[in-house]
Design a protein around this ligand. Sequence first.
Ligand code: ZN
Length: 145
Amino acid sequence: MNNCESFKGLLVGLLDGELSPDEARQVNEHLTRCAACRQEYEQLRETTGKLAAVAYIEPDDAVLAQVWKSPFSRAVRNTSLVLIIGGYAGLIGYGLFEFLTSGTKELPAKMGLAAIVLGFLVLLVQMIRERVKTYKTDPYKEIER
Ligand SMILES: [Zn+2]
């Protein structure tokens, strides 16, 4: 039985892993017997493989990753993070202080603000903890000297 045309449509599906197990078995069986389809399959595989490789190794990404991983940019990143978080915390603390000492009697508003600040602080602590954990388990830590 020679129905190469119907198998050709399935070759892409096989490459993409989109066929059902039964379909994949049928295509594989046909490929073992049919040199023409096998060649077609190899060509397809090569083409998609090349495309994937090109997409994977974007020069810009590689350069970016290099810069991103360098110790200098890591230090800059950490410093910026500390500055941003510190600035945020300072602003919120100042705002809270001003608000609470302004003599307003609007207790619900105060409680609302306090809840927001509390939520932010919890989030902040969690973020720092996550960051410390990431830093400790960073596989690149030892390489970056
Ligand atoms: Zn065939």
